[in-house]
Ligand binder design. Structure first.
Ligand code: P6F
Length: 363
């Protein structure tokens, strides 16, 4: 049976700053989506990461389906009305256009979708990040799918031995989607040359070379390119199929233990480590440290099992402490050097204006 998974994420308002959505907003969004289970949808699951609400929808209508996208838009709009009524901060923040035009791409929400023939047992993971950038998954996905130091399956499983094909998107080209496909292991160095710059290049998809099956899809929207100004971070979502011909769940998660420094956090303008957290965690009041959560599901005829939280087991408590040590070390450095992003990546324009004024004072 062919199934489509659609993951759609938007920040439509939060309590007391950019923290988390209220229970009422979440309930409203969930109600809108649930009403379509058994009609448009086979199943649905709603959760949040920081102040972003994530919809996981399963159906048989294919990628980019107008009605599924319209449903998500409606759910986010209804949630926004509740957020406005409650006086939540940034109500409707990620809904950047006034009207739905048939597809959520280019309207603000992050979108990751994949259609595939369901395996007899179909385990997959949904990754969702907050306060960071589209390329934040570059390193963990590269290590899980291309590095035998991190993914033993590349050595031990004949199914994975031919490696994977990576699609990398150039986020600087705004007029149209522009991507390149590179096969690992042959093009590893070329892949590294692109992925080392997560502000500009982001993995958009991964395929098994042996089977041609899609393994992963990542959202690559840059909100700034849509709104033409800072409107919050472009925190990515991803769907990753796991096990058998793909990396195992316990091979996908460990690269996140590296806690790589990524762009984002307070005012979208600094570097801090990407901290693995449980789903439904509020944004950190410690400088909005970037966060990622992962929920693993099994799928049967499009119906979702209950989720397993990838970063809930005790191993990750120690790593969260380590992430906070890294974060505090970097924050001690304040505005200096790599603590703050380069000029072209700063999300607020104040410093550029200040520098223009200072320019005039130079002799
Ligand atoms: O990163 C942040 C918000 O990110 P988000 O939109 O939730 O992805 C915050 O640090 C804000 O930039 C900061 O709180 C200032 O917010 P505003 O006062 O400009 O809304």
């Amino acid at each position: 049976m062919k199934v489509t998974l659609s993951v759609l994420k938007a920040d439509i308002g939060s309590i007391g700053g950019h923290t988390l959505p209220s229970r009422r907003v979440l309930a409203k969004v969930e109600e809108a989506v649930r009403a379509e289970v058994g009609r448009l949808l086979l199943d649905a699951y709603v959760f949040h990461i920081g102040d972003d609400i994530v919809l996981l929808l399963s159906h048989t209508r294919g990628v980019g389906d107008k009605e599924v996208h319209a449903l998500a838009w409606r759910a986010f709009l209804e949630g926004t009305e509740t957020a406005r009524a409650e006086g939540l901060y940034g109500a409707g923040q990620d809904l950047l256009k006034d009207a739905f035009t048939g597809n959520l791409h280019g309207l603000g929400p992050q979108v990751a979708e994949m259609e595939f023939e369901e395996r007899p047992s179909e385990p997959f993971v949904v990754l969702a990040a907050d306060k960071t950038e589209p390329g934040a998954f570059n390193l963990p996905l590269y290590l899980a799918f291309a590095d035998p130091m991190h993914c033993p399956g590349l050595l031990l499983s004949p199914e994975m031995r031919p490696g994977f094909r990576f699609r990398v998107m150039d986020l600087a080209r705004t007029e149209r989607d522009s991507s390149v496909d590179l096969e690992a292991p042959e093009r590893l160095y070329d892949l590294a040359a692109l992925l080392r710059d997560p502000h500009r290049f982001a993995i958009a998809g991964i395929w098994s070379r042996r089977h041609g099956e899609q393994a992963a899809v990542v959202s690559t929207t840059r909100l700034r390119n849509i709104a033409g100004r800072y409107v919050g971070k472009d925190d990515p979502v991803a769907i990753v199929r796991v096990q058998k011909i793909f990396p195992a769940t316990e091979e996908l998660a460990p690269p996140f233990a590296l806690l790589p420094f990524v762009a984002g956090d307070t005012r979208g303008s600094h570097h801090l480590p990407l901290m693995p957290v449980r789903a439904n965690t509020q944004a950190s009041s410690f400088f909005c440290v970037p966060m990622v959560c992962g929920l693993a599901f099994s799928l049967k005829e499009g119906r979702l099992s209950e989720p397993v939280d990838l970063f809930a087991d005790p191993a990750w408590d120690a790593l969260r402490l380590r992430a906070m040590e890294k974060a505090q070390d970097m924050r001690r450095q304040g505005f200096y050097g790599p603590a703050m992003l380069p000029m072209e990546e700063l999300e607020y324009t104040g410093i550029a204006e200040r520098l223009r004024e200072l320019e005039r004072e130079f002799g």
